[in-house]
Ligand binder design. Structure first.
Ligand code: SF4
Ligand code: SF4
Length: 500
C-alpha cells in the first residue's frame, strides 16, 4: 500500500562528526536511529521522528540536527499541506485526530501586544534589592468589611484561603498523563517555593500525601481516585468543569497507560480506558454546582477553599459571575492555548478564546457586579514568562497556573506527542525505562530555579512601575498599554493604546 504521508522531519547526521557511539539509538524510544551493520554506520528512519530533540541534546559530538522536511506539496493558499496530511491520516484510520500540548495556530497572542509601564521623574520606581517587595498572595474570598469588638480586637472570621509565597502555581497534570517522577518533581518544587501543585484528575499517589499542604486535589467528571481522605489530603480542592485545551469535551487516558500504580491511584482496573465524561452528570446549573461545592466543603469540615476551573469560552464572564455566587472561593480560567496530554486536534485548534480577553472580561464583570472579592481569579493557558505573569495580574488575576512552562523547565521540548506515551524526556510516559530518565532531584531544582528567576523578574517589573505588592498590581490596567490592537480589543482588555 502506498504511504501518502511524508515524514515531517529529517534527521541530518554529520558523518564527519558521528563516532557511531549509538547513544541516539539507545535514547530514542521511537526507534529513529539504528546502526546498520551492512552500511557500517548509523542510519535513520525519518518517518518515526517526532522532533523531541533528545538525540540532539545527548549526542556527544553534536553530530545531529532535526530539520523540518522541506518537501512541499504543490503550493495552495487554501489547501495547506497540513490539511492534506490530516486527510490522508483519517482516510487510513477513520479515527479522530489527536494532539498534545497547546493550540499552535497563529491566533493573536495578546500578551505580546501589551506593554508595561515604568516610573519616570514624578513617581519614583522602587529598587526591589533594597526595599521591601511583597509577592505573597492569599487566594480565596475576602471579607466585605472588618468588624472589631469593644476592645478593638478583630472579630471578623477570615475565610479559608491558600497562601502563596509567589503568584505562580503548577497547573493540573494528572498522574497517568505525566510520570511519577514528573509529579514528584512538581510536588517537591511546590514545597520548596511555598506554592502549590495540582493532582489533575488522576487521584493522588500514596507517596505524595506527605506534600499535602502544597497540593491542590482535583475532582473532575470521572471522579477518578476521589474519596474522603483524598479530599482532605490537599490544601484546596479544585472542581474541573473545563480545560482550555479541550473545552466542552471530557478526558481520555488510554487503557495502555492505566497500569500499576496509575490504575491503583485512579481506582479503576488495569487496562481500562479512563474516560471522563464531557459534563459532570450531576451538574446542569449553577445551583447544581453549588451543591457540589458545598458537598466538598462539608466533606472537608469547611477548612479548605474550593476552586472551580473553567475553560475560557465565549460567555466566560457570565459563567464566572454565576460561579462567584456558588460558594466557590477561587475561579481558575484556562485559555485556549493551555496544554494537555491529549486532545482531539480539531477541538484544541478551534475551540475557546484567548486567556487575556477572557480574564479581562471576567474581572470587569465581577467588579461591575461588586462581587470581585467573593473569589480570587487564577489565570492559566500558556503563561510563558514572568512578563506574562505581570500582565495577567494587571489584567485582573490574583495568581497564575503554569503547566507547559513547568514541563519545559524539566526538559520537555514541546514535540506535542505526549498522547503517544513515548516521551523521551521521561515526562509524559508510564514506561519505566523512560520514566527513570527524569531525575526528580534535578528536575525539582530546575523548577525551583525557574520560579525563583521569574519571581525576581516580577519584582523588578513591579519596582519599575513603582508598585511594591502583587495586591497593588492586581487589576491595575493603567500599567498596561496595547500596541496594534483595534478599538474592540482594547475595550475588552480595558486598556488604552500606547501613546494615550
Ligand atoms: S549520538 Fe551522535 S555520535 Fe553517537 S551515534 Fe548518534 S549521531 Fe553518532
Ligand atoms: S512532555 Fe514529552 S512528549 Fe510531551 S511535548 Fe514534552 S517532550 Fe514531547
Amino acid at each position: 500500500m502506498i504511504d501518502f504521508n511524508v515524514p515531517l522531519f529529517e534527521v541530518a547526521r554529520n558523518y564527519d562528526k558521528c563516532i557511531a557511539c549509538r547513544v541516539c539509538e539507545r535514547q530514542c524510544a521511537n526507534l529513529v536511529h539504528v546502526f546498520s551493520k551492512e552500511a557500517g554506520k548509523m542510519v535513520s528512519d525519518d518517518s518515526k521522528c517526532v522532533d523531541c530533540q533528545r538525540c540532539v541534546c545527548l549526542c556527544p559530538t553534536h553530530a545531529l540536527k532535526i530539520i523540518p522536511n522541506e518537501n512541499k506539496f504543490r503550493e495552495n493558499a487554501n489547501w495547506q499541506q497540513r490539511y492534506l496530511t490530516e486527510i490522508y491520516k483519517q482516510a487510513e484510520t477513520g479515527g479522530v485526530l489527536l494532539s498534545s500540548m497547546g493550540n499552535p495556530e497563529p491566533f493573536p497572542v495578546y500578551f505580546d501586544k501589551i506593554l508595561l509601564n515604568a516610573s519616570q521623574v514624578t513617581n519614583p520606581s522602587i529598587d526591589p534589592l533594597r526595599e521591601p517587595m511583597e509577592t505573597k498572595v492569599f487566594l480565596g474570598s475576602k471579607p466585605q468589611n472588618v468588624l472589631r469588638d469593644e476592645q478593638g480586637k478583630i472579630v471578623t472570621k477570615t475565610p479559608v484561603h491558600l497562601k502563596l509565597d509567589l503568584p505562580i502555581m503548577f497547573s493540573a497534570m494528572s498522574y497517568g498523563s505525566i510520570s511519577y517522577n514528573a509529579h514528584a518533581s512538581l510536588a517537591r518544587a511546590a514545597e520548596k517555593t511555598g506554592t502549590y501543585y495540582n493532582t489533575g484528575e488522576g487521584g493522588l499517589h500514596e507517596d505524595f500525601y506527605k506534600y499535602g499542604k502544597n497540593t491542590i486535589v482535583q475532582v473532575a467528571s470521572g471522579r477518578f481516585g476521589v474519596h474522603k481522605d483524598y479530599l482532605n489530603s490537599g490544601a484546596a480542592i479544585e472542581i474541573k468543569m473545563g480545560q482550555g485545551a479541550k473545552p466542552g469535551i471530557g478526558g481520555h487516558l488510554p487503557g495502555a497507560k492505566i497500569v500499576g500504580d496509575v490504575s491503583k491511584t485512579r481506582m479503576i482496573p488495569e487496562g481500562s480506558d479512563a474516560v471522563s465524561p464531557a459534563p459532570h452528570h450531576d451538574i446542569y446549573s449553577i445551583e447544581d454546582l453549588r451543591q457540589l461545592v458545598y458537598s466538598i466543603k462539608e466533606a472537608t469540615d469547611y477548612k479548605k477553599p474550593v476552586i472551580v476551573k473553567i475553560a475560557a469560552v465565549h460567555n466566560v464572564a457570565a459563567i464566572a459571575s454565576g460561579i462567584a455566587r456558588s460558594g466557590a472561593d477561587i475561579i481558575a480560567i484556562d485559555g485556549f492555548r493551555g496544554g494537555t496530554g491529549a486532545a482531539p486536534t480539531r477541538i484544541r485548534d478551534n475551540v475557546g478564546i484567548p486567556i487575556e480577553l477572557a480574564l479581562a472580561a471576567v474581572d470587569s464583570r465581577l467588579r461591575e457586579e461588586k462581587i470581585r472579592d467573593n473569589v480570587s481569579l487564577v489565570c492559566a493557558g500558556s503563561i510563558r514568562c514572568s512578563a506574562d505573569v505581570v500582565k495577567a495580574i494587571a489584567l485582573g488575576a490574583d495568581a497564575v497556573y503554569i503547566g507547559s512552562a513547568a514541563l519545559v523547565a524539566m526538559g520537555c521540548h514541546l514535540c506535542r506527542t505526549c498522547n503517544l506515551g513515548n516521551c523521551n524526556w521521561g515526562i509524559a510516559t508510564q514506561k519505566p525505562e523512560l520514566v527513570k530518565r527524569l531525575n526528580p532531584d534535578i528536575a525539582s531544582e530546575r523548577l525551583v530555579n525557574l520560579l525563583t528567576g521569574w519571581n525576581h523578574e516580577i519584582q523588578e517589573m513591579m519596582g519599575g512601575m513603582g508598585i511594591n505588592s502583587i495586591e497593588a498590581l492586581r487589576g491595575n490596567r493603567l500599567m498596561l498599554r496595547g500596541v496594534g490592537l483595534n478599538e474592540k480589543e482594547l475595550a475588552v482588555l480595558g486598556i488604552k493604546h500606547a501613546g494615550e
